[in-house]
Write a protein that binds this ligand. Structure first.
Ligand code: ADP
Ligand code: TRP
Length: 324
């Protein structure tokens, strides 16, 4: 079975955009691939400065994915930091990457453009990410467009390694650009933690309803016909409701006599139907950190032998002793 691999930074409690744009599609993809899904905690360390926050978000992310249906018996779910072999490959790869290529990195350039003084972790971020991928012979990496440059670098360095040290030593991965839609936030812009426009995935049903009511809409009267497409309420509704229900909402909005308040009510019910059962599972999982640790460590134990085999190949190829 071909392998897919992706990393999630533990930097926030997931919101509805993360769920519809990343979690749900990745769980669907796991049907067709041997899937590797890891919590990229050492990547998060480029920005997170609080151990408690790192721990909390690591459990939040693990419990969220499990609650949304990820089966840890089938998907390799692990913490990046539990398989420290990744750093050995990071070093080897960094010896093959020109600093100029890292200087052109989008995140690094963005940080400089904002007048920040980025740390070396931000500069080297793409090298660690390449190692994450190449260590496990991933065939495909599902990523958002913002990660494409990182993936290009991973492909480049794998090809360079093979060219220098021997064909087929490292598998050259392909990007799998997510077809998942961009989920709009309360203000109609892309839902994002940092924009303060997000709907938390696992707040109480009551809070969920309250937040949905805050979605910005047009100010047409109840009677007036409304344009459904492009409106935040309808665009979000069609991601969670059945096709027939979405068509019905569109018809009602366009006909008039159906207000944004009605549409929000329908949206909050559809979201609750989708999220409610997952919220209960989330709460049960999240309250048992020892069990989450056990699941994550079992995942790491399962993937470590793959990492060690890749490193053996790499060590032999570059002239280091193979530990066997
Ligand atoms: P945020 O923008 O809130 O910081 P992240 O950048 O941590 O979210 O995103 C984590 C994952 O969720 C990525 O795969 C990203 O593509 C996906 N994602 C985030 N926001 C959205 C959104 N509004 N619509 C669709 N997918 C999203
Ligand atoms: N950089 C990714 C992000 O910000 C997270 C990540 C780390 C990742 N390592 C990875 C994604 C390897 C895919 C493959 O979302």
């Amino acid at each position: 079975m071909r392998r897919s691999l992706t990393g999630i930074k533990p930097t926030n409690l997931p919101h509805v955009g993360n769920y519809l744009g990343a979690i749900r599609p990745a769980i669907a993809l796991a049907e067709r691939f041997e899937s590797f899904l890891f919590i990229a905690d050492y990547h998060a360390l480029t920005t997170v400065r609080d151990a408690e926050e790192m721990r909390r978000h690591t459990y939040d992310v693990a419990a969220s994915w499990l609650a949304c249906g990820l089966d840890p018996e089938r998907v390799h779910l692990y913490r990046q930091s539990d398989v420290t072999e990744v750093f050995e490959l990071t070093w080897v790869l960094s010896c093959l990457i020109a600093t100029g290529q890292l200087e052109r990195g989008v995140s690094y350039k963005d940080a400089l453009a904002k007048g920040e003084a980025p740390n070396a972790g931000v500069f080297n971020y793409p090298v660690l990410m390449a190692a994450d991928i190449l260590l496990y012979d991933a065939d495909v990496v599902p990523v958002g467009k913002d990660q494409l440059q990182h993936l290009e670098l991973a492909r480049d360095v794998a090809a360079r390694f093979n060219h220098l040290f021997g064909e087929d030593l490292l598998r050259v991965p392909e990007a799998h650009i997510s077809e998942a839609p961009l989920v709009p936030g309360l203000d109609g812009q892309k839902m994002s933690k940092s924009k303060g426009n997000s709907i938390p995935l696992f707040d109480s049903a009551k809070k969920l309803r309250k937040v949905v009511m805050k979605i910005v809409t047009g100010s047409e009267s109840l009677e007036e016909p409304k344009v459904a497409e492009g409106s935040t309420v309808y665009e979000m509704y069609r991601l969670v409701a059945s096709e027939a229900d979405a068509a019905e909402m569109k018809r009602q909005l366009e006909e008039g006599g159906y207000g944004w308040g009605h549409a929000k009510q329908a949206l909050s019910e559809a979201l609750e139907a989708e999220i409610g059962p997952k919220r209960e599972r989330f709460e049960a999982l999240r309250s048992d950190e020892a069990e989450l640790d056990r699941i994550l460590q079992a995942g790491a134990d399962r993937v470590r032998p793959i990492a060690l085999r890749t490193l053996d190949r790499v060590r032999a190829a570059v002239g280091m002793r193979v530990r066997g």
